[in-house]
Write a protein that binds this ligand. Structure first.
Ligand SMILES: [Zn+2]
Length: 380
């Protein structure tokens, strides 16, 4: 077995996780289909040469973003939206992006690139429902995968939360960035160090098959003439790692941020974490309390599909109206918006499990204004 980044043989499977939902952002309109979802395994593998951490059992077929009802939109959250607005400001100023031609690879539904209103924008993503062209072609969303041609005549490239989904990153980078002349690139990916430092077990998902060290990124882009312009490990309250690459810069050297023993310790603690959480939920239910999970994106789904007693959770809550009425894969828990819940015959929650502390304030505000009752919050 060879490292997909540096091609070293010095790789080691650290842990195997089985029976994992492959795409946590696929929600289902029928409960039976949600329950029947095909599962995959995670063989968490570490490269001792470049620090790249990846799932060597990853199957691309299980993660087909063209199928199912993919919804990873977090922009309903004010906090998240503000984060994106600030990032647009920062990049627009730093790289003077007014009237420049920008490309975003992996643009999701296009909400981020749309914020660069004074630029000429091309967003590409296989998960777009369809392509879109503005009348003057100054804003294009293209359904599909990016090619080298798409990168021609562009001034700036954005690629957020895409590289972690790529199982053969070196092939991907070599294919797209060959002959690339774009001077500056901005990337953002989840940071494995965040999981380790914060015991964020719910953030380990099947679709994130690749976790990069800054050394591994450096190895891949060096051949294409790029080096680090800046590295930021503080993004989104340290959960994200961003790096900016430029042509002809003096490089900040890449590093191996996570050691194999830290990965092993994280994996060892993973199962005891879910055992404790199961016990907590059981105790609340035993007291006659209604327990729910708020926020059904990657982490919420990860939590619901990794606990044994999800049947004790009558429903989940998400403020995104497009998720209302949908079912979570594997466990079949149904999702309600707060308003829909209020108008249903379900009991209002006594206990809300949150998977991200950053959203606590805005969730509390919605709870207070919609349910008018005291709720206990627990963080998981
Ligand atoms: Zn490697």
């Amino acid at each position: 077995m060879k490292c997909p980044v540096c091609l070293s043989n010095n790789v080691e499977v650290i842990w195997q996780f089985n029976n994992i939902v492959p795409v946590s952002n696929f929600l289902y309109s029928e409960k039976n289909k949600a329950l029947d979802v095909t599962r995959g395994n995670i063989a968490l593998t570490y490269c001792h040469n470049c620090g790249f951490l990846y799932n060597s059992s990853f199957s691309k077929e299980l993660c087909d973003y063209n199928s199912g009802e993919y919804n990873n939109d977090q922009t309903e959250s004010k906090y998240f939206n503000q984060y994106l607005d600030d990032l647009v400001d920062e990049l627009s100023k730093k790289y003077k992006l007014n009237n420049k031609r920008i490309i975003e690879i992996g643009c999701g539904n296009g909400k981020f690139i749309k914020k660069f209103m004074d630029s000429v924008c091309l967003g590409i993503d296989p998960a777009l429902s369809k392509s879109y062209f503005s009348k003057d072609n100054s804003f294009i969303l293209k359904k599909g995968y990016a090619s080298t041609n798409d990168l021609h005549n562009k001034d700036f490239l954005l690629c957020r939360h895409t590289l972690e989904h790529i199982a053969s990153p070196r092939d991907f980078i070599d294919e797209i960035f060959v002959k690339c002349k774009i001077l500056n690139l901005y990337f953002e990916i989840p940071r494995f160090g965040y999981l380790v430092e914060n015991d964020a077990y719910n953030a380990l998902t099947y679709e994130h098959c690749s976790w990069y060290s800054t050394k591994s990124i450096e190895i891949m882009f060096k051949d294409h003439g790029y080096s680090y312009n800046s590295v930021n490990k503080e993004r989104f309250d340290t959960e994200y790692l961003s790096f900016e690459l430029s042509k002809d810069r003096n490089s900040v050297p890449g590093q191996i941020e996570i050691q194999p023993k830290e990965v092993l310790l994280f994996c060892e603690k993973y199962s005891s974490y879910y055992r404790t959480l199961n016990q907590k939920i059981y105790e609340f239910c035993h007291l006659g309390k209604t327990v729910t999970v708020w926020g059904i994106a990657g982490k919420g789904v990860s939590l619901l599909t990794n606990i044994d007693n999800s049947e004790q959770i009558p429903y989940a809550i998400d403020i995104n109206p497009s998720k209302n009425g949908m079912y979570v894969p594997k466990c079949g828990v149904q999702i309600y918006t707060p308003d829909a819940l209020l108008n249903s015959d379900q009991l209002l929650p006594d206990v809300i499990i949150l998977t991200n502390r950053l959203y606590k304030n805005e969730i509390e505000e919605v709870v207070n204004n919609t349910f008018y009752k005291q709720v206990e919050y627990i963080f998981a």
